[in-house]
Write a protein that binds this ligand. Structure first.
Ligand SMILES: *Cc1c(COP(=O)(O)O)cnc(C)c1O
Length: 341
C-alpha cells in the first residue's frame, strides 16, 4: 500500500517540469557572483516583495539566523512568540550566532499584536538588554498555519518604526499566507527590514530559502553566509527549481488549503480527534481524545496508510502539499473515517 504522507510540506519531490528546469539551468560560480540563475532568482524575489536585494541560502534556518545576526548586536534582545521557529527549532542559534537574548510572548496561535509587544520593549537602562528586533512568523507553524494579514502587520511595523526596532519576517510559508489572505507580496517590502522565504516547503523545490532586505543588509548577509559555510558554487541548478516553483506552484497552494479543510472536517467526525484547530492554510492540528496518546494514534493512522506526526503527547499535525492529490485526499478521508480505536 502506498502511504499518503502528511508529515510535512518538505517531503515533496521535484516534478518532471521542475527537474527539466534544473537540468537546463545556466550556472556559474555563485561565490564569484557569476551564477546567472541564482542572480535571476534573487532579483525575481526581491522585485516580487518590493525589496532592494536578496540572498539565496541553503535553508530557512540559515536565512533567519543571518537576518537575526544582521539586525542585532551581542547583548541585544529579540522579541518573538514563544512558539517561534527561530527560537524553538533553530538549535539555540540566536544565542550561538548572535549572542542575543530572547523575550518570548504568548501570542494567539502565534499571532502577536502591538499591545503585546510594546510593554516588552525594554527602556534604555543599563540593567536591560537592548530590544533591537521583532520577529514575526507568517504563517505560524505551531499556530496550525494561522495567518497574519497586512492589516495586522501594519501597526506592528509602526510601533517598531517609532521605537527604532527592526522587524523580520520568518516567511517560511509566506506564499500560503498570501494565497489565503489575498494580500499582495509587493506590499510586504514596505513593512519589513528582512523577509525569509522558503522554496522547499509548499512551493515544492528540493532546497533553498531566500533572504530579502536592503542592499546594505544583504551585503552584510553575504559575508555572514560565507562564515556559516553557506557560500555555494554552481547553485543555479537549485535556484532554477525555485524559479520554476514561483512560476508554477504558487496559485495551486489554494488546493492544499482546500485539502487541509477537508481533512479537518473528516477528523472532526471521528471519535479519536477532538478540538481540531480551525484551518486557514495547509496545516491541520488536533488533540487526541482523552485517554489516547498521540504517538499511539500516529501508529494507528500509519496502519491505515496515513503518515503524520505528533507535535506533543496529545497533539497531531497533518500538512498538505504538492505531492498529495485530490484523489489521495479522498482516500485519506475514507481511511480516517474507517479507523476505530
Ligand atoms: C521550515 C521552517 C523554517 C526553515 O526551516 P529549514 O528546514 O531550515 O529550511 C523556518 N521557519 C518556519 C516557521 C518553518 O516552518
Amino acid at each position: 500500500m502506498n502511504k499518503i504522507d502528511f508529515r510535512s510540506d518538505t517531503v515533496t519531490k521535484p516534478t518532471p517540469g521542475m527537474l527539466d528546469a534544473m537540468m537546463n539551468a545556466k550556472v556559474g560560480d555563485d561565490v564569484f557572483g557569476e551564477d546567472e540563475t541564482v542572480n535571476a532568482l534573487e532579483e525575481k524575489l526581491a522585485a516580487m516583495f518590493n525589496m532592494e536585494a536578496a540572498l539565496f541560502c541553503p535553508s530557512g534556518t540559515m536565512s533567519n539566523q543571518i537576518a537575526i545576526k544582521c539586525f542585532t548586536q551581542p547583548m541585544d534582545e529579540v522579541i518573538c512568540d514563544q512558539t517561534a521557529h527561530v527560537y524553538r527549532y533553530e538549535g539555540g542559534g540566536i544565542a550561538y550566532n548572535s549572542m542575543a537574548s530572547v523575550r518570548l510572548l504568548n501570542g494567539e496561535r502565534g499571532i502577536l499584536t502591538p499591545e503585546m509587544i510594546e510593554p516588552e520593549i525594554n527602556a534604555d537602562n543599563i540593567h536591560y538588554p537592548n530590544s533591537s528586533l521583532v520577529v514575526l512568523e507568517n504563517t505560524v507553524n505551531k499556530g496550525g498555519g494561522k495567518c497574519y494579514t497586512l492589516g495586522q502587520i501594519e501597526p506592528i511595523h509602526n510601533l517598531c518604526a517609532i521605537k527604532g526596532i527592526k522587524l523580520h519576517l520568518d516567511g517560511a510559508r509566506i506564499f500560503n499566507a498570501l494565497v489565503a489572505t489575498g494580500d499582495k507580496a509587493k506590499d510586504y517590502g514596505h513593512y519589513f527590514d528582512g523577509i525569509s522565504v522558503c522554496l522547499s516547503k509548499g512551493l515544492g523545490a528540493p532546497v533553498g530559502s531566500v533572504l530579502l532586505s536592503s542592499k546594505a543588509t544583504i551585503k552584510k548577509a553575504l559575508k555572514i553566509r560565507k562564515v556559516l559555510g553557506g557560500g555555494m558554487r554552481q547553485a543555479g541548478f537549485l535556484a532554477a527549481a525555485g524559479i520554476y516553483a514561483l512560476d508554477h506552484h504558487v496559485n495551486r497552494l489554494a488546493d492544499d488549503h482546500q485539502h487541509a479543510k477537508a481533512l479537518a472536517e473528516a477528523l472532526q467526525q471521528t471519535s479519536y480527534a477532538e478540538s481540531v484547530m480551525s484551518v486557514e492554510t495547509n496545516i491541520v492540528l488536533f488533540d487526541v481524545a482523552k485517554g489516547l496518546k498521540a504517538d499511539h494514534m500516529v501508529r494507528a493512522l500509519e496502519s491505515k496508510g496515513i503518515l503524520c506526526n505528533s507535535t506533543s503527547d496529545k497533539t497531531i499535525r497533518f500538512v498538505t502539499h504538492l505531492d498529495v492529490s485530490s484523489a489521495m485526499i479522498d482516500q485519506a478521508i475514507s481511511n480516517i473515517k474507517g479507523l476505530h480505536v
